[in-house]
Design a protein around this ligand. Sequence first.
Ligand code: PNS
Length: 163
Amino acid sequence: MTAIFPGTFDPITNGHLDIIHRFKRLWPEDKLIIAIAEGENAGKKPIFTTEERLDQARALTAGVRGVEAKAFAGLLVEFARKAGARCIIRGLRNGTDFDYEMEMALINRELAPEIETIFIPAALEHMIISSSAVRQIAGAGGNADWMLPEQIRAELRKKSAKQ
Ligand code: PNS
């Protein structure tokens, strides 16, 4: 089976990595495609370019068999179909996530009934981690290191220094 783990990943956090590793622990033989939304389609302007986010995801999962990263624009389900994926994986942290994720899952199911969404609950230590919090903290000169893999910490510092 091929599964898709979609998101903006701006930047990829410890919470994202945990979901990837837990998926692979459950389904070690299956392929997981980290699908990086280019940004403009969701009305977002990411701080890291698509290429940077792809490089980050690839570097952080280099040792994990059956995980790859690709960029996508347009509808997620169309990307999933073209990749031959049967399911979409999303992490869930709280009730706010649930409302948003449930709606997205239902919309995706209307668009592509053959593709299932599977939610993986966030680990306790990742419940308050989010890419948007990382961006806000870094943008205001604060320290978001505890939310991030080491490599991303350095890249974020470089990015913040340039802005
Ligand atoms: O990391 P994010 O920002 O929560 O990820 C959201 C994402 C990229 C998964 C979502 O916005 C998405 O799937 N965008 C592609 C457009 C699409 O397919 N929309 C229909 C579902 S509402």
